[in-house]
Design a protein around this ligand. Structure first.
Ligand code: FES
Length: 262
């Protein structure tokens, strides 16, 4: 049985013939995204406990110390990853359903029946996604550099989470492993971006007819593999970026002790 646009227009908000628990998906999305937004805002607002030893929270990377900015430096940083996520094609679907209820689910009555797409303000701004994608790629390299720093431990030890000056030696702690996993998941999410896939593979009908076509095709195939699971990478990377911040924060507060692998 199919549902026409007219059917939906005649239905009131939430009316549906569906018998499954269609509301679980949007409700879970609202819960998780809402919780992340609250935590990220709080973590950014505090401006403290974002580093411990060689670890730096991804919310505060790159490390910025300014005198001209009155608020936490995290607000200068987070505008880029949050802009990237909030304009992501997958997240748009997720939060349009969860927060705007528009549409809340397939074949379920909507609160309004006029659809202008993303052709007018403010939703036309979603088209800046590609530019946030460029920034997100740069952030992958910045976070990878943080991992490099997180394997260099002070030979002279630490005091209160502050590294003693002097030479460094190679070491890995649980925090290092979390930072590595964070970069991997963020890379899977970022390099599976729909915009990136279009940038590489869009606008051509024949790879072998263009310069470096073979390389371009191989790169497009790699992006496509990641793109197939874009939703999975979106949630896993969101979860781990928050978890990495929580871990480093708890270490900095002295609530937990980092475990050194070697
Ligand atoms: Fe999701 Fe670009 S479409 S990150």
């Amino acid at each position: 049985m199919t549902t026409s646009v007219r059917d939906l227009e005649e239905r009131g908000f939430g009316a549906t013939l569906r018998r499954d628990r269609w509301w679980i998906g949007p409700a879970l999305t609202a819960l998780v995204l809402g919780s992340f937004a609250i935590y990220a805002t709080w973590a950014a607002w505090t401006g403290i406990n974002y580093e411990w030893g060689p670890y730096l929270s991804p919310f505060y990377s790159p490390y910025i110390k300014t005198s001209w900015w009155p608020l936490s430096p995290a607000f200068l940083i987070l505008v880029f990853p949050l802009g990237f996520r909030s304009t992501c094609y997958y997240y748009r679907k997720a939060y349009y359903r969860a927060f705007f209820l528009d549409p809340v689910a397939c074949s379920v009555g909507e609160p309004r029946h006029h659809y202008n797409g993303e052709t007018r303000f403010p939703f036309i701004l979603q088209n800046v996604h590609r530019f946030f994608m460029y920034a997100a790629i740069i952030f992958i390299f910045i976070l990878a550099y943080d991992v490099f720093r997180a394997i260099r431990w002070p030979v002279n030890g630490m005091s209160g989470g502050v590294m003693a000056p002097g030479p460094r030696h190679l070491g890995i702690g649980v925090g290092t492993l979390m930072m590595v996993l964070n970069v991997i998941l963020l890379s899977c999410y970022t390099f599976g971006c729909h915009s990136l896939r279009h940038l590489i593979g869009g606008g051509i009908d024949c790879y072998s007819c263009v310069r470096a076509g073979r390389t371009r095709f191989q790169v497009w195939r790699g992006v496509t593999v990641l793109n197939k699971h874009h939703m999975l990478w979106a949630w896993c990377s969101l979860f781990l970026v928050a978890l990495t911040d929580v871990y480093i924060r708890l270490c900095a507060m002295g609530v937990i002790h980092d475990v050194r692998v070697f």
